[in-house]
Design a protein around this ligand. Structure first.
Ligand code: N01
Length: 496
């Protein structure tokens, strides 16, 4: 029995652990299904994997790292950073590794959550923070015959480092954020590469530079300079939201600029207009995530690389047949096909007050208060929850805002002798209605199909505003938005 259980040990879970220490919560546990911390930065180890937000911003404000080797460091550096933060705050001893949460159930009589693992172990907790992250469940397409493929087939998020690509015929399905990083990284090693493109992305140049040693020393000696740099990156990223949120003159000018930049990058590698046209997107920039790369188009233009734009019909033992009847012989098939982002809260089952299943509760829309709390689910908080995804800035910033609010809620509960807090339904409904009204005028509802959307086309994954607005509105805990019951937080009523 603990006061607080945190599910997941990525950026969200580690941040929540630090918050728990700072709030003086002595009894808490971090439940982690894998054998190490790091979340998506532990799992995604494909060649070329890096963050597309500069790390001086994509890191905790309370754990700045002066030693980032470049603007966009590769995955191992980010994973090391998360390990180091975990060490510095002595969080490793708090993590229960190999605890793969299956169900989180509210026990009304005992005023606590019962968290059950897939192996059948149980933890009781007065409160739960779910930090499982939106990019933790790889999405695998159901191509007919996929299981018949005789070569190696794997998802980009489960990279098979034991499979050598040297001299092999490799197929990569997808042209999203993962493919755009891994294709240039493997193109020179393979004999032949087929890139199966369903929709071409908008791509901007990546301003990636190594950080000179003197600057790293300077940031260590004078941390405020590093903070200034962080805020400069924040402001630049925030500015990008102008292109996504509105439709005025500035948005139109920015959109035109993005289109021009992609076109320039394509033309530099593909002088043939027909080949260039096949790589030019037709949807509005930002509707699908805007990508950054300096070597995507030059990799696609290599003589051993083909961009296949006809749709995939089926897979067989030796490769892929496309709708034009062509058979593409392959030894290795990489599925860079993204993540099941809109299936929240799957694969976890949350059963709240009165036996309500959260998946059912969210069937008609994931109503929450700033993505953090849900009515019917007392003492439960989400990090990077529905309606808080971003297309332009650092999700770590959003997670920190959410943690500020949770910290304040926990302080309030202890100070005011409150045993449970639960979002008022009308607040959740009003928040969701506002989100839906606002998202309808943004680029994410402008007509493309993207992972921000559910199957019915509704967008309830993304925050339709600036992150500054989110910070301003979501940082404080507002007790009047909640129903409370009196009692001592952290004390479980013995079952009768
Ligand atoms: O996934 P995606 P991702 N047949 O969903 C295609 C984060 N991320 O792993 O566009 C054929 O973007 C699909 O085609 P289409 C980041 O937030 C961050 O690349 O749907 N193709 C698309 O091209 C990102 O947005 C970093 O037509 C199929 C691709 O697969 C998110 O992760 C780095 C298909 C999937 O693209 C996901 O990126 C990497 C099918 N049946 C990732 N199904 C950072 O740097 C899917 N596709 C922080």
């Amino acid at each position: 029995m603990v006061e607080l259980a945190i599910i997941g040990s990525g950026f969200g879970g580690i941040g929540a652990g630090v918050m728990a220490i700072e709030q003086g919560i002595e009894s808490f546990v971090i439940l982690e299904r894998a054998k190490a911390v790091g979340g998506t930065w532990r799992d995604n180890t494909y060649p070329g994997c890096a963050c597309d937000i500069p790390s001086h911003l994509y890191s905790f404000s309370f754990a700045q790292n002066s030693a980032w080797s470049r603007s966009y460091p590769a995955q191992p550096e980010i994973e090391d950073y998360l390990e180091r933060v975990t060490d510095n705050y002595r969080l490793h001893s708090r993590v229960r590794f190999g605890f793969d949460v299956a169900e989180v159930r509210w026990l009304q009589e005992q005023t606590c959550w019962s968290i059950t693992s897939r192996a059948g172990d149980t933890v009781l907790a007065s409160a739960v923070i779910s930090a499982t992250g939106p990019l933790s469940q790889p999405a695998t397409p159901d191509f007919p015959g996929l299981s018949d493929f005789a070569g190696e087939a794997f998802h980009s998020a489960s990279w098979r480092h034991d499979v050598s690509l040297d001299g092999k015929r490799v197929g990569v399905v997808g042209t999203g954020a993962s493919a755009i990083q891994l294709v240039p990284a493997i193109a020179d090693d393979v004999e032949h590469l087929d890139v199966f493109q369903r929709t071409p992305p908008w791509v901007l140049p990546r301003d990636d530079r190594p950080a000179p040693l003197w600057r790293r020393h300077l940031y260590r000696a004078l941390p405020f300079l590093q903070r200034l740099h962080r805020w400069r990156i924040y402001a630049r990223q925030e500015f990008l939201s102008l292109a996504f949120l509105g439709s005025g003159k500035i948005a139109n000018a920015m959109t035109a600029r993005i289109k021009e930049e992609t076109k320039t990058l394509i033309d530099a590698s593909f002088p043939d207009p027909e080949a260039a046209a096949a790589l030019l997107p037709t949807f509005k920039p930002g509707c699908k995530r805007l990508l950054i790369s300096n070597d995507w188009y030059s990799a696609l233009a290599k003589p051993n690389v083909d961009v296949v734009t006809t749709s995939i019909e089926r897979v067989d033992t030796t490769g892929i047949t496309t709708s034009d009847g062509r058979h593409h012989e392959l030894d290795v098939l990489v599925l860079a096909t993204g993540f099941a982002v809109t299936d929240f809260p799957s694969p976890l089952t949350f059963i709240g007050r009165n036996g309500v299943n959260l998946a059912k509760h969210w069937e008609d829309g994931a109503s929450t208060d700033f993505g953090i709390t849900v009515s019917g689910f007392p003492n439960l908080w989400f990090l990077a929850g529905p309606g808080t995804g971003l297309g332009h800035n650092s999700i770590v910033f959003m997670i920190e805002v959410q943690l500020q609010q949770i910290g304040r809620a926990l302080r309030y509960m202890r100070r005011e002798s409150v045993a449970t807090i639960e979002l008022r339904q009308e607040v959740g409904d009003a928040s969701y209605a506002e989100l839906q009204r606002r998202v309808a005028t943004t680029v994410w509802a402008s007509g493309c199909s993207s992972w921000y959307q559910r199957e019915d086309g509704r967008v309830d994954t993304i925050w339709p505003g600036t992150t500054t607005e989110y910070w301003w509105r979501a940082r404080r805990f507002a007790p009047d938005r909640y129903l409370t019951t009196a009692g001592r937080f952290g004390q479980i009523t013995p079952s009768r």
